[in-house]
Design a protein around this ligand. Structure first.
Ligand code: PLP
Length: 362
């Protein structure tokens, strides 16, 4: 099998070292004679993995003591419903900042459950930008304000997060969690499906401030309450043990690389290579995102015509670049440069983009 450059948007690349370690202990975890998948979730061996993953995430992401790290199931998509179920009450509003398709989906679910509002939206500009604080429209009875930190499909990302005082700020960080340092205290709740920066799909991470755990508990089914999972250290029911084991491996890898500050530095370097290829192409490659809203995780661009996009993508595939097609809803090209994508892959893509543009590779 040939080596590939994996630019998939999610599930996406995992660090090679992580896959190799998982392979080495697949059938005999920690001398148990069994795979980690075969262990009871109540066993000491599994519980050590589980606790280590929680502790490592707290350490790497600088999560203050008054927050709980939870491992949930149902993907980020279930959070779209769990959030309004948990926090919306009669007379309160779930207020959403719309910056792309995933924020729209979060809003759609909240509308099923209660009252909602749109605090700001960049839909009119086809989600090329991120709103500024002057655009926000808040209400005094907002139960929360929700944003999507990185817009996987459009390739935009919040560069700084607003400080919001009147209600808890909730962020879907599915596609940029642990890619850069974040001031956790700005948020009441952060959630993310694992399958981009944290590990394989199957586990959803939530980071929730303690004072938010009690809201609406009597009205929400047990398994959909954050409190249920907080009270049982995410062992209320059978957790996705193998996904959490892989998450623990990925977090160990992040620590070995030098932690989030080093990962952030590399992510900037990686993304710059590709944005430079766009900016130095005299308009041959056209980035979708406005410059001050560019994502370090998902780089979206188009060639002059649809036919050019197709040819560029077909040739890229032949050369071993995987996952460069834009999302089916927006087309064009998208390079997802998550934490596990190595610098070499971005160097190779930059070279390919330059060669394709100058006609050396067609
Ligand atoms: N939110 C964002 C920003 C995403 O990128 C995705 C998936 O790509 C989702 C939510 C949906 O996540 P899941 O498939 O885990 O439900």
């Amino acid at each position: 099998m040939t080596a590939v450059y994996n630019f998939n948007a999610g599930p996406s690349a995992l660090p090679k070292e992580v896959l190799q370690r998982a392979q080495a202990e697949l059938t005999n975890f920690n001398g148990t004679g069994m795979s980690v998948m075969e262990l009871s979730h109540r066993s000491k061996d599994y519980e050590a993995v589980h606790q280590n993953a929680i502790d490592l995430l707290k350490e790497l992401y600088n999560i203050p003591d008054q927050y709980k790290v939870l491992f949930l199931q149902g993907g980020a998509s279930l959070q779209f419903s769990m959030i309004p179920l948990q926090f919306l009450k009669e007379g309160t509003i779930g207020n959403y900042i719309l910056t792309g398709s995933w924020s729209e989906k979060a809003l759609k679910e909240a509308k099923i459950i209660g009252n909602t509002a749109i605090a700001a939206s960049t839909k009119d500009q086809n989600y090329q930008s991120i709103p500024t604080a002057n655009d926000f429209q808040f209400n005094k009875n907002d139960a929360y304000v929700h944003l999507t930190s990185n817009n996987t499909i459009f390739g935009t990302q919040w560069q700084d997060f607003p400080t919001i005082d009147h209600a808890p700020l909730i962020a879907d960080m599915s596609s940029d969690i642990l890619s850069r340092a974040v001031d956790i205290e700005k948020f009441g709740l952060i959630y993310a499906g694992a399958q981009k920066n944290l590990g394989p799909s199957g586990v959803t991470v939530a980071i929730i401030r303690d004072d938010l755990l009690e809201a609406n508990v009597d009205q929400v089914p047990t398994v959909l309450r954050y409190k249920t999972h907080a009270d049982s250290n995410s062992l209320y029911h059978t957790p996705p043990t193998f996904a959490i084991y892989m998450l623990n491996q990925v977090l160990t890898w992040v620590k070995e690389q030098g932690g989030v500050s080093e990962i952030e530095k590399r992510n900037k370097e990686k993304a710059k290579l590709i944005y430079d290829a766009i900016d130095e192409s005299n308009g041959f490659y056209r980035g979708h995102a406005e410059k001050d809203a560019r994502s370090l995780m998902n780089i979206t661009f188009n060639l002059p015509t649809e036919d050019d996009n197709k040819k560029f993508l077909a040739k890229a595939k032949e050369l071993g670049f995987v996952g460069l097609n834009g999302h089916r809803s927006v087309g064009g090209c998208r390079a997802s440069t998550y934490n596990a994508v190595p610098l070499e892959a971005c160097v190779a893509l930059r070279e390919y983009m330059d060669s394709y543009r100058t006609g050396h590779v067609r």
